[in-house]
Design a protein around this ligand. Structure first.
Ligand code: PLP
Length: 379
């Protein structure tokens, strides 16, 4: 046996004894655990449980990383979308264009705001909305276009702006999967649209230890309105000027997020590095890669595999965790089947049927990434 073979064998043996994790939040944040616990004790003493300085600090710092003037914390990413839509005061059943492949929340928020969702397919082998199809779906009733930077890949918002020109159509981008990403010309996500919304769900590129969300905007009036809506319509206690929601960002989550925000860009960089290795070295003809924008932050790395069930069994056997994002397009969800019944969105349907997310955990070691590549190429 030569040296190379010995190493390969050892490597194979080591790795096979250990599950390759899809995400590892515990180890990712370990260095902050004691600091967070210390701060929480002080927080319990202080008793400043609602909003307060930790929320303000997080809002300020998050606005900075988005290059946005204002940011408003809220309870989760679904509420962030709903609040953003409500802040526009639109007539009931105004049309909101969304992609057919996204998480259910994008569509639910439209209904929660008493508006009408209109679906548009994604681009071929791409996670983001097809701009030509979008153009065809714009009507007199269209009041909002709500693209989603799915898997961290950034939609060309400038192109959408060119299409809508001076018509009074708002753009709200769903940035739940794109914290820290940039457009192809280097503008930061969170500063591209009229309003941008983020989920801070634990598994996101920036995630809390529970539900949380945040909204950014450069418009002062929208900022003031959104602040009120998330706080039962009140800026001042008991002065309720709007029908609002109770959707404040939890103060303990803000405290945790203030630590975690420090690592966002570094962890994104690690995701991008892993993705570029997959891009370069995955060479199995049975695996089709999908296109991401230039500065994607790879919330997910999704591949298309026609023999998906066989591939899943193969991943299980080789102890590689996986996920689906998402197994149904919006029109395929039971709750929406009636609404969108006969419409077809073939690119989104392909992602739902054959898409499979492989680990893009930023803590993956070079060895683990090589192992995944080697295994996948042998499928
Ligand atoms: C694209 C997208 N939009 C909206 C949401 C909703 O966010 P949350 O789960 O925080 O309500 C998510 C997250 O799950 C998402 O991925």
């Amino acid at each position: 046996m030569n040296q190379c073979m010995v190493q390969a064998n050892l490597f194979g043996k080591n790795i096979l004894n250990k599950m390759i994790k899809f995400l590892d939040i515990y180890n990712q944040d370990k260095k902050y655990h004691n600091l967070i616990l210390r701060d929480l004790k002080n927080f319990f003493k202080k008793g400043d449980f609602i909003l307060g300085s930790e929320v303000e600090k997080f809002e300020k710092n998050f606005a900075l990383i988005c290059n946005s003037k204002y940011s408003i914390g809220c309870a989760n990413g679904t509420d962030a979308l709903t609040i953003a839509l409500k802040s526009l005061n639109l007539k009931k059943n105004s049309e909101v264009i969304i992609p057919a492949m996204t998480y259910c929340s994008t569509a639910f928020s439209v209904l929660n705001a008493n508006l009408k969702p209109i679906l548009v397919d994604t681009d071929y082998l791409s996670p983001t909305i097809n701009i030509n199809d979008l153009k065809k779906k714009i009507t007199q009733k269209t009041k909002v276009i709500m693209p989603v930077h799915l898997y961290g890949s950034v939609v060309n918002i400038n192109e959408i702006k060119k299409i809508i020109k001076n018509s009074k159509i708002f753009i709200i981008d769903d940035c739940a999967q794109a914290h820290g990403a940039k457009s192809d010309i280097g503008k930061k996500v969170g500063s591209l649209a009229d309003i941008s919304t983020f989920s801070l769900y634990p598994g996101k590129n920036l995630g809390a230890y529970g539900d949380a969300g945040i909204i950014t905007t450069n418009d002062k009036n929208l900022y003031k309105k959104i602040r009120k809506i998330r706080n039962l319509g009140a800026e001042k206690k008991f002065i309720h000027e709007e029908v609002g929601m109770n959707s404040r960002l939890d103060t303990m989550q803000a405290l945790i997020l203030n630590y975690k925000l420090k690592d966002l860009l570094r962890l994104n960089q690690s995701r991008r590095k892993i993705a570029s290795k997959y891009d370069k070295h995955l060479s199995n003809k049975k695996i089709i890669k999908i296109k991401h924008s230039k500065y994607s932050v790879y919330h997910q790395y999704v591949i298309i595999v026609k023999e998906r069930q066989k591939f899943i069994n193969f991943l299980k056997k080789n102890k590689i965790q996986y996920g689906f994002h998402y197994p149904y397009a919006i029109h395929q969800l039971d709750i929406f089947k009636k609404k969108f019944g006969k419409e077809k969105f073939k690119n989104s349907e392909m992602l739902a049927k054959y898409g499979i997310s492989i680990p893009i955990n930023p803590l993956l070691t070079n060895k683990e990434v090589s192992y995944i590549i080697r295994k996948l190429n042998s499928f």
